[in-house]
Ligand binder design. Structure first.
Ligand code: SF4
Length: 343
């Protein structure tokens, strides 16, 4: 084993698209694991990360499951290979641990679609309303939120709110439309935010891929622009209802192990295919849109991870008062149960 600081796997170069210059070979993986041990760090990778990052991590999963694993881990440092709001959520749930993200520029177009200031203005227009926010939000927005939700439990969270209370649901309009349809609730107001990757997976594309693959199951993330049309097409018989499954990323892995289908069309970010293929290698998984790749997720490169572990950067901090209020909204969600997986 090389001494700490000795360059084995290459040198990271910073570019606008991320850190580059390191090949993810066995030497790299060895150095990553060695440096993580030295830092007493647990390595977490979101399901949308590059395959080599997923493979070198201690745990792979959805954002909330990873934050909860991090909180229970005895490691003093969390390295979160995902986007910035996910690392913030880990810090909110583990305020005494050091939280690092390999590239702090890894943002999220969905989390950026509402600011705390905008949410405060929306609340002022609906006094007494209950604010439900998807976990894809910044710590500042979570601090202004009554109850967080994931795509697995969004319907249960909204059902837990008395029927006569107005609900403000943010930031994802497709998940909000799914919740409104499932609860039949008319006093649910939905913020018009979206993720540019998921919104790009549309209904016509899904319908034509489904027609080309008549025996395939359809696994659809509720943030997808096609989620609404998938349910509509199932309702009118264009797609067999039993083949359409609206699932969080964690739910997709469970469904992959249980489905009897030989092929599955997957409507979410393409990084998810790696975990699905590992979970059920006998199934032919195909992306509905193989261009659905999140450039923020892919900023966590092998070079970025190496730099992070060598330099202890970038550190993610959340002011204590914001973290405390944000933690309340996450804990109220966990108390309702079935948090399952977010993105
Ligand atoms: S896929 Fe969309 S929601 Fe997920 S991190 Fe990327 S921009 Fe955000």
């Amino acid at each position: 084993m090389a001494a700490t600081g000795q360059v084995l796997a290459g040198t990271s170069e910073r570019t606008d698209a991320g850190y580059t210059g390191v090949l993810p070979d066995e030497r790299w993986a060895e150095e990553v694991r060695h440096l993580a041990r030295e830092r007493d760090a647990v390595l977490l990778a979101h399901n949308y990360q590059l395959p080599e990052i997923q493979d070198v991590a201690d745990h792979t999963g959805d954002s909330l499951a990873l934050s909860r694993i991090a909180a229970e881990s005895s490691a003093s440092t969390i390295v979160f290979c995902g986007v910035h709001f996910m690392a913030e959520t880990a810090k909110i749930l583990s305020p005494d641990k050091t939280v690092l993200i390999p590239d702090e520029r890894a943002g999220c177009s969905l989390a950026d679609s509402i600011t705390a200031e905008q949410l405060r203005e929306w609340k002022a227009q609906h006094p007494g309303a209950v604010v439900v926010s998807y976990v894809n939000t910044t710590a500042d927005v979570k601090a202004e939120t009554d109850i967080c939700c994931t795509s697995s439990n969004a319907v249960d969270v909204v059902r837990s709110i008395p029927a006569d209370r107005e609900v403000l649901f943010c930031p994802d309009q497709f998940l909000g439309a799914h919740v409104r349809r499932a609860t039949g609730r008319e006093n649910l107001h939905v913020w018009a935010g979206e993720c540019h990757v998921h919104a790009g997976i549309n209904g016509p594309e899904l319908a034509s891929r489904a027609a080309e693959n008549p025996d395939a199951d359809l696994f659809i993330h509720p943030e997808c622009g096609c989620a609404t049309s998938a349910l509509y097409l199932a309702g009118e018989g264009t797609l067999p209802e039993e083949r359409v499954k609206i699932l969080s990323t964690g739910g997709m892995l469970d469904a992959a192990r249980e489905t009897g289908a030989k092929s599955v069309l997957v409507a979410t970010e393409v990084g998810m295919l790696h975990q699905l293929r590992r979970a059920a290698p006998e199934i032919d998984f195909r992306a509905v849109n193989d261009r659905a790749s999140c450039r923020y997720m892919k900023m966590i490169t092998p070079a970025a991870l190496l730099r992070c572990l060598r330099d202890g950067a970038d550190e993610v901090d959340v002011p204590a008062d914001v973290a405390e209020r944000a933690r309340g909204s996450v804990e109220r969600m966990i108390a309702i149960g079935k948090p399952g997986g977010g993105e």
